[in-house]
Ligand binder design. Structure first.
Ligand code: NDP
Length: 326
């Protein structure tokens, strides 16, 4: 029925998909008053594992979960979907060239974009988690000409949340007291976590931490946190990635008020980022739409950092264009 929202999760039997599904079923996106239907998409090899995830979801008796189904065809998995959490991607394996990785992901995100175009609900909103997330989102969007391009976004929120965590720990403050933090650029090591505008309890962050700590410790720590987690935990980030994907979607749909969040969104040319590149920006969300925070002063340092990351995005776009994927 129309009061049930359909959420499609790809790679649902993978680690992040598994962690995402249970909280999505518990209301993490739409809140406590909206029932949800979960559509779990997997590749045929993982269909049985996805069926097991569906069994566990049933066994959790979530009051908001109206039904859960598994699919190995994106066309049926995206039928009526209002939310797409595109988590499954082809990991880079030993000896794989970048072009091979992009081509393999083109085979995944192209058909998923087309399926979204033909079958999703009018209010479809997509966040791509599977790497390279920004460029995978671009591929999906290009295969969905009837869906507004701004409905395809990439996850920068994990980088954003990592930055909040680092800053709160360093300054002994609560994450809630931190305003106007953002991560610009690509979801990769070239990203730019930006403290220039950030306030903590109303005080500029750069009055509370040194410029040296910001440049030499904070930025590399946030940008390389994924690798650090792998080293310390013995496996890649899972629950934090899932949590941030849900934060991204919840805030996009329900709004942020004045609070900034970071989202990878198609550039409208703001801050010199070439139009159409899916790039991390500070945004606010109202009535289900995001707005890139306008008119920020960018220092030469900030411009340089953003340029480096945008150039990487541009190269990725060139590579998928050359491969005929967009
Ligand atoms: P994970 O669930 O751990 O990761 C899924 C994707 O999220 C990867 O591309 C990973 O990138 C990415 N990711 C983005 N940000 C982060 C982050 N901060 N930390 C960790 N990962 C991040 O992978 P699994 O291998 O456990 O699961 C993938 C599942 O997807 C498998 O079950 C597979 O069968 C499925 N799949 C489904 C497809 C489909 O539905 N059509 C298509 C392809 C795969 P990175 O590799 O860079 O870590």
């Amino acid at each position: 029925t129309s009061d049930v929202k359909t959420i499609t999760i790809t790679g649902a039997a993978g680690q992040i998909g598994y962690a995402t599904a249970f909280r999505a079923a518990a209301g993490a996106i739409y809140g406590a008053n909206t029932r949800v239907r979960l559509n779990l998409l997997e590749i045929p090899e993982a269909a049985q594992a996805a069926a097991g995830v569906a069994m566990e979801l049933t066994d959790s008796a979530f009051p908001l979960l109206s039904e859960v189904n598994t699919f190995d065809d994106p066309n049926t998995a995206f039928e009526g979907a209002s939310v797409g959490l595109l988590i499954g991607a082809r990991p880079r394996t030993k000896g794989m060239e970048r072009a091979d990785l992009l081509a393999a992901n083109g085979q995944i995100f192209g058909p998923q974009g087309a399926a979204i175009n033909d079958h999703a609900a009018d209010d479809i909103r997509v966040v791509v988690v599977g790497n390279p997330a920004n460029t995978n989102a671009l591929i999906a969007a290009k295969h969905a000409p009837d869906v507004p391009a701004e409905r395809f976004t990439a996850l920068m929120r994990l980088d954003h949340n990592r930055g909040l965590g680092q800053l709160a720990t360093k300054t002994g403050s609560a994450v809630n007291d931190i305003e106007k933090f953002a991560v610009w650029g690509n979801h990769s090591a070239s990203q730019f976590p930006d403290l220039a505008h950030t306030l903590i309890g109303g005080t500029p962050a750069l009055e509370l931490v040194s410029e040296d700590w910001y440049r030499e410790t904070f930025i590399p720590t946030v940008a390389n946190r994924g690798a650090e987690i792998i080293q310390i935990r013995g496996g890649s980030s899972v629950a934090s990635a899932a949590s941030s994907a849900l934060d991204h979607m919840r805030d996009w749909i329900n709004g942020t008020g004045e609070r900034w969040v970071s989202m990878g969104v198609p550039s409208d040319g703001s801050y010199g980022v070439p139009e159409g590149l899916i790039c991390g920006f500070p945004v606010t969300c109202t009535n289900g739409e995001y707005t890139i925070v306008p008119d920020l002063d960018m220092s030469p340092f900030a411009c340089d950092r953003l340029d480096v990351s945008v150039n990487e995005l541009r190269e990725e776009r060139e590579a998928v264009r050359d491969a005929g994927l967009i």
